[in-house]
Design a binder for this molecule. Structure first.
Ligand code: ATP
Ligand code: MG
Length: 400
């Protein structure tokens, strides 16, 4: 008798009726994807509940996979036993024994679907509680605010006992809210922004600007590696690698130094918007966070954002760096983001970038550069596209 079952709770309690149905189907699809390497696991649906039967596959590995399924609110590994009281008692004691350390207070909550059991839930709670108290000295029962709640669900054919409720990633199932382009640098922020966008139900495609040979092959590999980590949550992510050297060097030659960043970022948005058009994506996601650098003041965000007409989603806009780093560590992107290789922006950073650019001045600058339109088109045309999969060293070229 050990934990051979995981009870799943699918998220967004506010959803009703048909939406709820579609939501569940989409979460199940993602579940099947992450469980592919574990063929013995089966998914069961019963009475509006979803379970995994582990079939002997390792619990901890499955836990890690479940953390990649958006729309999964929480889950509970459970012990299964029969309908005899001594068996149930043994399962309750096993649930206790499995804890890293015993709690100070607990309660038992029994649910009894099977009415053939001779005791009512009150008597059952007392029965199992008594067994625990006999085994563990110094424990107290606290029905209002227990440190540990052991749940016993007595069903028609079996009993489930569990105490742990592990939070899942929550959010909406992948793709249920459409598609967006993620501007992905090699930094800490944009992968986190991408993960948060995916959690909100967006299927993302990454767009990365590189300035080869000013930026190295390693910098590109780093971004591909970040995309691969994000692909663990999605199954596959397309990355668009945009050659940005020409635009960057010409901007540097021709414009006022303090406006280079503004103009560069406007060009990035325009390119990303064109790529979004090709891919029927309806938003652009960035890792911008208010006040972090000169290009992320409100006036800068305004002037830069005017270059695109699609909704600009900035999931990190109000977050502190520490909060962002915490998420980056949790989702697994932080160690790769911390690798040293430069991305294209850092190479062209002027000494005094404008924190308060003027939209008219910037637009006029752009009008003095008739080549820009053509250069943007060329960059879009020469963009390299790759499919990135979670566990694969080789990329597949993008064909369609
Ligand atoms: P990050 O940690 O994501 O690199 P940052 O704090 O370094 O962000 P910026 O360099 O101002 O901030 O970039 C702001 C946002 O612009 C990034 O979060 C990302 O969405 C986008 N961006 C910056 N550089 C690139 C690039 N080379 N390719 C694609 N997107 C980029
Ligand atoms: Mg950066």
């Amino acid at each position: 008798m050990n934990k051979q079952l995981i009870l799943l709770r699918l998220g967004e309690l506010t959803l009703k009726g048909r939406n709820r149905h579609r939501f569940e189907a989409q979460v199940l699809q993602q579940l099947k994807r992450v469980l592919q390497p574990y063929p013995a696991v089966t998914i069961r649906q019963e009475f509006g509940r979803v379970y995994l039967e582990l079939g002997g596959e390792p619990l901890n590995a499955i836990r890690a996979e479940l953390l990649k399924v958006f729309g999964l609110h929480s889950f509970s590994p459970a012990i299964r036993c029969g309908l005899e009281l001594p068996e149930m008692e043994a399962a309750v004691l096993l649930a206790m024994a499995d804890l890293p350390q015993p709690p100070k207070s607990f309660k038992i909550s029994t649910r009894r679907v099977n009415k053939s059991i001779p005791l009512d839930t009150y008597e059952l709670n007392r029965f199992f509680g008594g067994a625990v108290l006999r085994e563990y000295e110094g424990l107290t029962v606290d029905v209002h605010n227990p440190e540990l709640e052991i749940r016993v669900e007595i069903r028609e054919k079996e009993t489930l006992v569990f105490s742990e409720v592990q939070p899942g990633p929550g959010g909406f199932p992948l793709g249920s809210n459409g598609r967006a382009m993620l501007m992905l640098s090699g930094g800490i922020d944009s992968p986190v922004a991408g993960w948060l966008a995916m959690r909100k139900g967006l299927r993302i495609e990454a767009v990365h600007f590189h300035s080869y040979p000013f930026t190295s092959e390693r910098a590109k590999e780093k971004v591909i590696e970040l995309t691969r980590i994000l692909a663990g949550y999605a199954g596959k992510i397309t990355i668009h690698l945009v050659p940005f050297t020409d635009i960057q060097t010409r901007l540097k030659q021709e414009c006022r130094e303090n406006l280079i960043i503004t103009l560069m970022r406007r060009a990035m948005f325009r390119i990303t918007e064109q790529l979004a058009g090709q891919r029927a994506a309806h938003a652009i996601v960035t890792g911008e966070s208010l006040g972090q650098v000169a290009s992320q003041t409100l006036p800068s965000l305004h002037v830069i954002g005017q270059a695109a007409t699609l909704p600009l989603l900035r999931p990190l806009i109000t977050m502190d760096k520490e909060e962002i780093i915490t998420i980056a560590a949790r989702i697994g992107t932080l160690p790769v983001s911390n690798l040293p290789y430069e991305d294209c922006c850092t190479l062209f950073v002027p000494k005094n970038p404008s924190t308060n650019p003027n939209l008219n001045v910037v637009v006029r600058q752009e009008q003095w550069m008739p080549w820009l339109e053509e250069a943007i088109r060329t960059a879009v045309e020469n963009t390299e596209k790759l499919f990135i999969y979670p566990n694969q060293a080789e990329e597949t070229d993008y064909l369609f």
